[in-house]
Structure formats: C-alpha cells, structure tokens
Design a protein around this ligand. Structure first.
Ligand code: HEC
Length: 119
C-alpha cells in the first residue's frame, strides 16, 4: 500500500515536470540558449569562452553590434550564420519559432548585460 502511494506520487511529479518543460516561449528560449548558444557565447552572453576567443562580437552584452542590434537582424544572423566566423547557421536545425524564442532570450541577456556597462 505504501509503495503504491509512493509510485503514484512519483508519476505525478514526473508528469508535472514534463508539462513544465514546454510552457512559455521565454522558457524555451532560455533552454535553447543553454543547449545551442552558451558553449560559445557563455551562459550570460558575454562571450567569455574559448570558442569566442579573438571574436569580440561574440560578446552580446557590450552594446556593440556587428550585424545589427534589432530583432530582425538577430533573427537573420542566427538563421544564416556568418560564414566569416564560427557563428553557425541554425535555419536547418531550429524551427522559426525556436529561433524567435532564442533571439528573444539573447536580447534579454544583451539588455541585462549592458546595464551599468562601461561606455
Ligand atoms: C560555434 C560557436 C557559436 C555558437 C554555437 C553560436 N554562436 Fe553566435 N556568434 C559566434 C561568434 C564567433 C560570433 C561573432 C561573429 C563575428 O565576429 O562576426 C557570433 C555572433 C553572434 C551574434 C551577433 C553579434 C553582433 O555583434 O552582431 C548573435 C546575435 C549571435 N551570435 C547569437 C547566437 C545565438 C542566438 C546562438 C544560438 C542559437 C549562437 N549565436 C550560437 C559563435 C557562436
């Protein structure tokens, strides 16, 4: 009896966990950022990783943009990549709404990072 109870509550926990992972766009943006972008750009978007060494524009938090700072420019770059750098194209790996979500997250990191930044 006790075991049955424990198994029941365990499956409730698992079911809620699964539901929780596909909630809002900002959640999936953060998750995509962690799995697809953070290795190069860092969890905070400041690009302090060895993949971004010598690539100052991998820092998304310094307020300087090579490819444009607006949403449309970010979307275009993330979809097409930059053949002149290691920034890969994601159009064939992410759905358009996933690109939207991860770009939204990148803009959030950029805004958070530039607060109090040196000019
Ligand atoms: C293999 C490493 C790598 C991965 C993975 C990667 N990037 Fe990049 N990214 C770079 C580099 C390097 C640059 C700088 C490009 C340059 O110097 O032109 C860059 C540039 C950018 C820029 C433009 C910055 C500017 O100044 O205009 C954005 C936005 C960006 N990445 C977003 C993303 C997002 C979002 C992801 C995940 C979906 C991602 N990147 C994944 C390496 C990477």
């Amino acid at each position: 009896m006790r075991n049955t109870l424990r198994i029941t509550s365990l499956s409730i926990v698992l079911a809620t966990g699964a539901l929780g992972s596909c909630t809002t766009d900002s959640d999936s943006g953060a998750r995509l950022w962690r799995t697809r972008c953070a290795a190069c750009h860092g969890a905070d978007g400041a690009g302090r990783t060895r993949f971004a060494e010598g690539r100052p524009f991998a820092d998304l938090t310094d307020g300087r943009w090579k490819h444009g700072s607006d949403r449309a420019s970010l979307r275009r770059l993330v979809a097409d990549g930059d053949p002149a750098s290691t920034m890969p194209p994601f159009a064939d790996r992410l759905a358009p709404e996933e690109i939207d979500a991860v770009v939204e997250h990148a803009l959030k990191l950029a805004a958070a990072g530039s607060v109090g930044a040196e000019p």
